[in-house]
Ligand binder design. Structure first.
Ligand code: FES
Length: 165
């Protein structure tokens, strides 16, 4: 069935649009609303939102593609977001990302077949003093190394330490 913005969503969206001098300025807040509802922004959602705001689809797609905070597919139970900015990079983030790729058998932007883990590399998480940092759903894990990462994965597999989605 084709995706449709609900009437409730449109009513809320009109209120958001009213806060801005131009309708298209509401694009990012409305994408965040869409994602909050479904956990990701589907192609059809981008299409419908473009029509709602009177924008070209390509502009909406470009915004969703540019910002790593937007997910374009349903996420796994645990969304592993490894910071890739300079402090984390210098403190070993590339090694952590490689370990996650190896252990989970997925690349960035992918989800394991069992739906447990989605892997992302993201921009600065604002905790540079505790680099390298990984966010798992709403929780931060700081000063990570491979041993801590392995232990964390094991805990997550057993439903410990972080609430699943
Ligand atoms: S550089 Fe990683 S949290 Fe800022």
């Amino acid at each position: 069935m084709a995706f449709k913005l609900t009437e409730e969503f449109k009513a809320r969206a009109e209120k958001v649009c009213a806060k801005y001098p131009r309708r298209d300025a509401a694009l990012i807040p409305l994408l965040q609303e869409l994602q909050a509802e479904a956990g990701y922004v589907a192609e059809e959602g981008m299409d419908e939102l473009a029509a709602f705001l009177g924008l070209p689809y390509a502009r909406v797609k470009a915004v969703v593609t540019f910002y790593t905070m937007f997910n374009r597919e349903p996420l796994g139970k645990y969304h592993l977001q490894v910071c890739r900015n300079i402090s984390c990079h210098m403190a070993g983030a590339p090694g952590l990302l490689n370990r996650l790729r190896e252990k989970l058998g997925i690349e960035e932007g992918e989800t394991t077949r069992d739906g447990m883990f989605t892997l992302s590399a993201v921009e600065c998480l604002g905790a540079c003093g505790a680099a390298p940092v990984m966010q798992v759903n709403e929780e931060y894990f700081e000063k990570l190394d491979e041993a801590k990462l392995d232990a964390l994965l094991e805990d997550l597999r057993h439903g410990r330490r972080v609430a699943g989605r």
